[in-house]
Each structure stands twice: as C-alpha cells, then as structure tokens.
Design a protein around this ligand. Structure first.
Ligand code: ADP
Ligand code: MG
Length: 684
C-alpha cells in the first residue's frame, strides 16, 4: 500500500503493521457460493446477494447533491437499478455495457423497482470473488469514501500471507494444538479472511478465539498464582467468643443453606494462611450483610479489626445501624466514618482504631483515606463492588503489613464467563438462595396513558399502610430528552397523594439533607419516596412494597434489577411498575419485557451481556482487562473461555514459571501481547 493509504488505515483503524492487518478480522461473512436471479428477489429485508449479468445502460440523474449514476442491470430474468452517488466519473469509465459482471450487494425495493446502491462489482473472471464466503470488514465512512472496500482487505491479507516465505510461526505450543485439534495459525488466518467452506471458517474462528482467550487466562492465572505464593495472609484458626455467642444467642433468623455454605468457604480460606480475595455474588436481598458480619466476627475472634466499606453514605449508614444493633449486646465497638463525620468524632475514631478499642469500622470511601490507620486490620468487606475501582481495592491492602483478607460483595450478578475473566484472580462464592417466605416481585409494564390507573393502584397500597418508591432517571429537566424531571414529578406526586407524606432524595443534595429525607422514609413517617437512582444500591425498607420507575426505558437491565431489589423485602406481595412511553425501540421493549418475565439476577445479567456486550456491563469498566476482544466474545463463547482457562491452568500446573523449552512460544507471545496492551492503555 502506498503511504497515503497506509496513513488513512492507521488514522481510521489504528492499523500500522502487518500484524494489525492480519488481526483485523471480518465481522461477518456473506455467502458468495450461489448466484441469485433478480426475478427471485422478494421480501422486505433481503440479504446481500450476488447477481450475474450485464449493464444495459448508464444514465446520470438528478442535480446537485442528488446527482447519481444509474446503471440498468439485467441478468436475463429481470432488470434492477444499480445506483452510485459518489465517484460517478470514475465508475462511468470503469464499467461498460455488454461485459459480464458479478454484482454484489443488498437489494432494496424502491419506487416499484429493485435496486442496489454502491454494490461491489467484480470484473469478469475475478476468481476470488465467485466462491466461498466474503468477509465483511469494519470500515469507516472515510475509508469507504476513499475507495477502501472489504475486498481491499482480503486482497491485502492474501498478499501478505502469500508473500511470507514459508509459513507464519506458530503462536501456540504444538501440544495444545494437537490436544484440542486446533487449526494451525497460518491456515487459520488464511481461512478467517477468505474462507472457502463453512467448516473451514468455523475451525479458524475456534482456533483464533481459543488463542485470544488462552493468553488472557494465562496472564490472569499467572498473576493470581504469583500473588498467592508471595503474599502472606492472616491465619484465623479460631472460631471464638464473638462468633459463637452471636450465632447461638443473637442471630436474628436461621441462616439459609447458601449463607451457611458461603461462610464455610470463607472460613476455609481464612484458615490457610494465604490472603483471601473472594467475590461474593448474591442477588439483591439474599442476605449478604449477615454473612459479612459473621465473617467480621471471626476476624475479631482472632484479635484483629474489621472494616466494611460501602459506596454511598446512605448505604454505609444503613449498614452501620443494622450491624451495631445486632452486635450491641456483645459489647463490640462499631463506628461509622463518612465524608460528613464531624472532626471530633473523626479524631475519636482515629485514635480508637490505633489503640485497638474500635473493633468494626463501617464507612464510605472515607475509610481508605491515608490518615485512617488501624492497629491490626484483618478483614475488609467491600459492599457493591462495582462502585469501587480495582485501584481503590488495592489501597485497602496497604493498610497493614500483612494484607487483610478481602471479601467483595456484589448484587449485580456477573455472568460466569465474565467473572472468570474480570475477577479471574478472585475466588467466587455464590448465594443462590433467597431467605424463605419471599414472594417474587410482580413486575408490570405500563404506558404513560395508564398513569391514572397506576396511581389508583399505588393509592390502594398506601391505604394498606405500605410504602412506595417513585424513581426518576434525572435530576434536572432536560428538554431534549423530554424527561420528566424529578422536581416536577415530586410536585405531581404531592398533589396526587395529598393525604400522604412524601420524602425526596437525589444525588446532588447535601448529605445531612439526604439523611434526613431517607430517615423520614426508613422510619415510616413518609409514605412515599421520590428519588433518583441514589436508592439503587442496598437500601432496605421492608414495608416498601411498590416501586414505580419513570422512563424505565432509560435504564439498563442491571440497573432496573438493582432498583427492583428495593422492594420485595418483606412479607407482603410487592410490585414493580415500569413506566414508559408507548413508542420504544425493539431492543428496549425486549429489555423491559425480560424484566417482567424474570426476577433471576443471573438470567438478567446474562441477557444484559448478550444485548450490550461485555464491555458495557457495570463493574467491568475499571477492570483494566480488555473486554473488547478481537474475535472472542465473552457473551457467546463461554465454552471456549472455560477450555482456555482449564488449559492455562494445566500449563501452569506443569510448568509454573514457563521455563520448559516447549513453552518458549508462550513467553514470547505473552511478552508481545503485554507490550501491545500497554500501548493501548497509553492511547486511551
Ligand atoms: P443483600 O444481599 O441484598 O445485601 P441484605 O443483607 O440486605 O441483602 O438482606 C436482605 C434482607 O433479608 C434483610 O432484611 C435481612 O435482615 C434479611 N435476611 C438475611 N438473611 C436472612 C435469613 N437467613 N432469613 C431471613 N431473612 C434474612
Ligand atoms: Mg446489600
């Protein structure tokens, strides 16, 4: 390629080297094995097809910006129009009547005729085009305007691969290729760009996906193993006074089977002398707090302190209240530290942490500030992980010479394959059971015009003494998006439900004010809480049985699931009403309908990942792990992820430092991939 075109490629797609080009894969393929007849075209959404025939005539039509070249094309069965809006002169010189061409594109039915706009056209006798599959490459508008087509790519790739004397060096160890019957790298790259058969294409995809996921897992596993072998953790051999007393006398309800199992898993970790890094996944309302508390008591039994960190002030306060109440009879000193803790109280906390008289510290990210030091911190709980970045998590470790055990709790279930990748270095426990007696929340989809009826339903709940959440997506009016603002909504609700007290919170309020309003609702003094998503995480008011979500189409699945988790926490039947305008996109409707169909957080997380792709799932952004993989897809390639992980583990079991000669290729690849990764992180 000439320098001009090379520059365009780099600017548009970041392609600088042969390697980049070889790994710029088609996103999909068009079947070019059969020739269609124009007379057989039908239906609204035709796929791209190829037609063989001749141009009958060319005419320039329209004026100015609408100028276009129209070629009448006949294949003997019927005629269609081929239309160009750009490069008219060049095209007029390139193609001729009475010559046979293969024209390839998407037929559209327009003004009573079939036409193809800017199709690909193969000159007579172009061998490459007529068989097999044609890769369709991601291109930018600019590239397309400068004459780059998918064919440019496959031709360039063929040139490179045939120009290499001999073959590309294999990038996986031979033993792995043999064991999993994978295609070699040279064949795989050839076939991914220019597949001849479907079998060949599938084999090439498998090979390249496996390779990508394998190196990712190899990296993750190496990191986890290195940490495990070098990081000494606290040994907690004892279950003692605090745990036993609480368990036998103050446990508010019998633990569920899942809670018991998870506590056992955590106990086992703490008894190994290695530092625990565990992710606790449990759907909203599954009782993670109690698990966290019991584990903190084990830390106390072993003469260390514990700390619980929550993402919002509301949540930290609520944890503080629940936990201090539960352990009050045992003389355990629990304190709350947030951004709004007064200086005097703060100083007391600091000194009690240092002299060891403070046992459990609960707070927001205020607890990771540098001047917060512990006498002997043994156990950290991070609630709702997705609000904390990896870097913040790491800061907590440095609070001790021996890094404390870390339990990360999340109520946003993460699909298994994603967890294996993003939290590949963490062990995972799952609470997959809700406390007994919970009735699943009934979720209803309602349109704006049903508002009156919906309010009547809410009125019925209020008369029963129940409380209601009303959630808005925004704080300030945004005319463009035509969203009902929170403030306006608040006024409407107050007018509609005059006999009831309405509380009001949003993220921009001062903490004191927020606490006050939340307090009104939590104590039952307020019947209705109008709020933004600040209530999304963790808030626990069992008497609240109804949630109305305004403009629910604006929320992602996981967020809706989180919000819905605020109701259904008590004995009564709960309802979640998703309000939306009637005209919504197909995808949005699917999302909302899924919400009405299931309350299973894992199913929702899985669907969310399928719809939005893994990179957009909450909690994964800060992971630093590239989720926009080249070819593998964490949403759909679960089995390959598993295979890659198992293989990576096998390799490291046999050869932890990768010193075996057969593994030289692994070291070389890891080095290259790491270098490329650093490159990316510098760019972004
Ligand atoms: P989450 O996992 O969403 O953080 P919580 O820890 O807030 O859930 O628990 C939700 C509710 O369930 C709380 O009111 C809690 O007291 C209650 N709960 C927890 N464990 C049990 C149990 N084993 N039996 C009955 N109720 C429980
Ligand atoms: Mg919680």
């Amino acid at each position: 390629m000439g320098p001009k075109r090379a520059e365009l490629l780099e600017k548009n797609l970041g392609i600088k080297t042969y390697y980049d080009l070889l790994y710029h894969f088609p996103t999909h393929y068009l079947d070019r094995r059969s020739i269609y007849r124009i007379i057989d075209f039908s239906g609204e959404d035709m796929p791209s097809v190829q037609v063989k025939g001749k141009f009958v005539s060319f005419t320039v039509q329209g004026e100015g910006a609408k100028t276009r070249l129209v070629g009448l094309f006949s294949d003997g069965s019927a005629v269609m129009e081929v239309v160009w809006f750009q490069r008219i002169k060049g095209i007029r010189q390139t193609y001729h009547t009475a010559t046979e061409y293969i024209v390839f594109g998407k037929p559209t039915w327009f003004n009573g005729k079939w036409s193809m706009v800017h199709p690909e056209i193969d000159p007579p006798g172009a061998a490459l085009a007529r068989t097999g599959f044609r890769g369709v490459y991601p291109l930018t508008e600019q590239l397309r305007n400068r004459g780059f087509s998918s064919r440019t790519f496959s031709a360039a790739v063929s040139d490179i691969l045939s120009g290499i004397s001999g073959r590309l060096t294999e990038t996986l160890p031979q033993e792995i290729i043999t064991r999993h019957r994978l295609m070699g790298i040279h064949e795989a790259l050839l076939a991914i760009h220019n597949p001849q058969t479907n079998e060949q294409l599938q084999a090439a995809k498998l090979r390249l996906k496996f390779e990508e996921l394998f190196y990712l897992q190899l990296n993750i596993q190496r990191y986890a193993r290195r940490r495990n072998s070098t990081t000494q953790g606290f040994l907690f051999p004892r279950i003692g006074h605090f745990f036993n007393t609480f368990y036998s006398q103050f446990l508010p309800f019998p633990l569920t089977g899942a809670q018991k199992r998870v506590i056992k898993e955590i106990r086992a970790d703490m008894a190994t002398g290695r530092q625990m890094n565990r992710l606790l996944q449990g759907d909203v309302g599954s009782g993670k707090t109690l698990v966290a508390l019991l584990c903190m008591l084990i830390a106390l039994d072993n003469s260390t302190q514990a700390c619980l960190m929550a993402p919002t002030e509301i949540l930290a306060t609520q944890h503080f209240e629940t936990i201090s109440q539960l352990v009050a009879p045992m003389g355990i000193n629990v304190k709350l530290l947030t951004g709004s803790t007064r200086k005097k109280a703060r100083e007391e906390i600091h000194s009690q942490l240092m002299d060891g008289s403070l046992h459990i510290l609960i707070g927001t990210h205020a607890v990771i500030e540098d001047n917060v030091r512990f006498r002997n911190l043994g156990f950290i709980v991070i609630d709702e992980q997705h609000r904390f970045g990896v870097a913040q998590r790491a800061r907590l470790w440095t609070k001790n010479i021996i890094p404390p055990h870390v339990l990360v709790m999340t109520a946003t279930p993460i699909p298994r394959t994603l967890a294996m990748t993003v939290y590949g270095d963490l062990d995972v426990s799952v609470i997959d059971e809700l406390p007994p007696g919970r009735k699943p929340v009934q979720t209803l989809l309602r349109y704006d015009e049903d508002r009156f009826k919906t309010y009547q339903g809410i009125g019925r709940q209020l008369r029963l003494g129940r409380q209601v959440y009303i959630v808005y997506p925004l704080i300030k009016e945004n005319e463009k998006l035509d969203l009902k603002s929170l403030e306006e909504g608040y006024e409407t609700i107050r007018e509609t439900f005059r006999d009831y007290k309405v509380a009001f919170v949003h993220g921009q309020m001062k903490p004191v004010e927020k606490d006050y309003q939340m307090g009104l609702f939590a104590s039952g003094e307020a019947n209705i809480l109008v709020a933004t998503t600040v209530i999304e995480v963790g808030v626990n008011v069992p008497n609240a049985t109804t949630m109305l979500i305004e403009n629910s189409e604006r929320f992602g699945l996981s967020q809706l699931h989180q919000l819905r988790g605020r109701v259904g926490r008590g004995e009564g039947q709960s309802y979640c009403i998703l309000m939306t305008k009637r005209k919504i996109a197909k995808d949005t409707r699917r999302r909302l309908e899924l919400m009405t169909a299931t309350t299973d957080g894992f199913a929702i997380a899985e669907a969310d990942m399928q719809m939005r792709g893994p990179g957009d799932i909450e909690g994964t952004m800060q992971s630093g792990i590239p989720l926009d993989l080249h070819i593998a897809n964490l949403a759909t390639d679960g089995q390959i992820v598993q295979l890659a992980r198992d293989t990576a583990c096998d390799v490291l079991d046999a050869d932890p430092d990768l010193t075996h000669p057969n593994h030289a290729v692994l070291v070389a690849q890891l080095r290259m991939l790491t270098a490329r990764l650093q490159d990316w992180s510098r760019i972004s």
